[in-house]
Design a protein around this ligand. Sequence first.
Ligand SMILES: Nc1nc2c(c(=O)[nH]1)N[C@H]1C(S)=C(S)[C@@H](COP(=O)(O)OP(=O)(O)OC[C@H]3O[C@@H](n4cnc5c(=O)[nH]c(N)nc54)[C@H](O)[C@@H]3O)O[C@H]1N2
Ligand SMILES: Nc1nc2c(c(=O)[nH]1)N[C@H]1C(S)=C(S)[C@@H](COP(=O)(O)OP(=O)(O)OC[C@H]3O[C@@H](n4cnc5c(=O)[nH]c(N)nc54)[C@H](O)[C@@H]3O)O[C@H]1N2
Ligand code: SF4
Ligand SMILES: [Mo]
Length: 691
Amino acid sequence: MTTAWSVCGMCTVRCPIQVEVDNGEVVWIQGSIKGGLDGSLCPRGAAGIALLKDDERPQSPMIRNGKRGEGKWRKVSWDVALAHVADRLKAAADVHGARSILFSDRGGPWVDLHQAFVRALGSPNYCNHDVSCARNTNHAALSVFGFGRKEVSYDLKNAAHVVLQTRNIFEAVNVKEVKDLTAAMDQGCRLSVIDVRATITASKAHDFYLVKPGTDYAFNLAVLHVLIAQELYDKAYTRQYIQDFDALAAFVKPCTPEWAEAETGVGAGRIVDLARRLAQAAPRVIWHPGWNTARYNDSFYVARTAYLINALLGSVGTKGGLPFALKAADVGHKGLKPLADLFPKPTEKRADGVGWKYPHLDAGPGVLSQAFEAIRTGDPYPVKAYIAYRHDPLMALPEPNHSREIFDQLDFLVSVTFSWSQTAWYSDVVLPLSTYLERESIVAHKGGLKPQFFVRQRAVEPRYDTRADWEILGGILKAMNIPGWPFESIEDNWNYQLAPTGFTPADLAKSGSISLASAPGYKDRNALKFKTPSGKIETVNEKWEKAGHPSLKPYEPPTSAPEGAYRLIFGRCALHTQGHTLNNPLLFEALPENDLWLHPSAAKASGVADGDLVELKNGSYSARIRARVTDLIHHECVFMLHGFGHRLPVESRAYGRGAADNELMTDGLGKWNPVGGALSMQENFVTIRKV
Ligand SMILES: Nc1nc2c(c(=O)[nH]1)N[C@H]1C(S)=C(S)[C@@H](COP(=O)(O)OP(=O)(O)OC[C@H]3O[C@@H](n4cnc5c(=O)[nH]c(N)nc54)[C@H](O)[C@@H]3O)O[C@H]1N2
Ligand SMILES: Nc1nc2c(c(=O)[nH]1)N[C@H]1C(S)=C(S)[C@@H](COP(=O)(O)OP(=O)(O)OC[C@H]3O[C@@H](n4cnc5c(=O)[nH]c(N)nc54)[C@H](O)[C@@H]3O)O[C@H]1N2
Ligand code: SF4
Ligand SMILES: [Mo]
């Protein structure tokens, strides 16, 4: 029996795991003891072996035979597939230039490899999925702190009061966060939850605030009002670190708790009580700014106010609050050598308009939906080839038929994936990735209280004719005869990255990671530096103001639902990851289908009883799903889990089970908010009819 110290791949949290291997077979997976998880895993992590053994995943490279989406495939060798991909990418580049190639992925710690690949192609068009996830939160952090959301940690372990707003931490799981919060609560940490339905997280909270959907901004403005009006904020911290405090104070002056009660439905007294309790716990307070906030037109402003509440309570940069995430250099180590440095940075402007048309938005991951607009219109230039890498935009973006029409304008679409997906099914070529148990990764750096390097190890050899990321991307470059990719093996790759650090691949193999600090580290709270022009936390951001977007934007109530319709809310559960675990035999058995949460008053008005099959409609789109009548949800909305409603014949289990929330979102990719750079996916309403 051998142990591979590796990294889970069932979702993008990437928990450290230990994989026990006997005779070339994985026999056991658990949360890494050396990595601090003491054996713990979430249900999806425990279903890794079922993924490995699943014969309903792509098993070899495939080239499309029939029409797009028809599902007729020709199995080919890797040599043939890579030569074909190389030819098609070169054809696009020859006619329209390298910038006509678009690449999107899921972001994460290994994107250096992807970004190096896109640079090697010579295209400026690298995007990630974040337009449908955390862009609003990230841009909110940039606008307030001058750095992105991951530059601060959530020090849950040492917190005295945690507020989760649009964040279901006990179901949308990150194992370490769950363990840390649970441990803190055992030590007396208070938990407050603000949601539109009572989740598992709400059931564990000391206080639960059921808000009217889309009114969180009013809630937060009232909390700011109380903190300032009742002088509950940290005055010394504010004086030292908060720029334009007076502007903020004047702005929130009219936002009384009574005003917010009328908007949110939460009693004024409860809002005051929350602000007071937070002040008592300050600065060991975390008001979570939200993770998946691609929901409303004003989600960017909700996240901004969450950060400002933390700031007034003095928790930013503080133990038990949102301390700065340390990097290798902060703890006396050299960082990894970036692969992206192998190639020059493209100088052409991005197809999605980020950096020039949208000067305030972060060019790193861009805005994928706007890159799709460029495919559709040819403006600012033609985009003709698209590599969907670890990404399923036909499941992850609204109104997939709209995206399919856009894809029809492409000369070439290739998916790289370990499971079938709606996008892979619509592609011209599918390049199958080995599962995370059968492949290794490049080295990654993870910032935090204890920064580290980590790597995924190959626990077993691939069961089918699949390959690792570095083999696939390096293989495409080789087939295209692009010079400058120096790696023949993963060891070459690791040695190159680790060269400046003094560590070796053998150091990484011992436990899967190298901790760069022996104990959690905190920056000196009296000497914090923010990356804004003033070096302080800015309540008014010049970049956004210049682009015509006010930093202190007056609250506007959410659009009301059309007569007889309900706002469509989505979210996650502990048993599945997005859209890609539904066909996993174990997880499917545990939860094969989603249902529709609706309030008894909505059920009554629609003539629906618990368990009925109902038809939901929005515009010309409809879907069928079972009703779950419950008073655990706000009466103005209905809720379903994301990721269901698969229609691929290759997935015998998932096929036809439940409904896809994104199919009920109309107006294509047009519902987005250029201020925060994210889609507004909860600006959709459905009607309900018993079938
Ligand atoms: N098990 C599991 N864990 C995951 C994932 C997964 O797929 N499965 N995905 C990972 C990813 S990519 C992400 S982004 C995170 C997402 O993590 P979260 O953002 O925490 O998860 P969600 O379930 O999308 O949404 C959180 C909550 O927001 C609530 N909500 C909706 N509208 C409103 C509103 O108007 N106001 C308020 N206050 N609340 C509202 C929903 O009811 C839901 O309970 O989870 C990560 N972890
Ligand atoms: N309507 C609606 N839309 C949503 C959401 C929602 O709740 N409702 N959630 C949003 C959120 S929070 C997010 S993060 C996005 C997620 O959207 P995506 O990033 O597209 O979601 P995933 O399902 O995690 O991954 C997509 C594909 O990548 C493949 N894959 C998984 N891991 C790997 C890997 O390591 N390498 C490679 N090459 N492929 C891999 C999977 O098999 C899957 O087919 O969707 C967003 N869109
Ligand atoms: S949260 Fe669960 S699925 Fe995600 S990486 Fe950790 S164990 Fe794996
Ligand atoms: Mo996400």
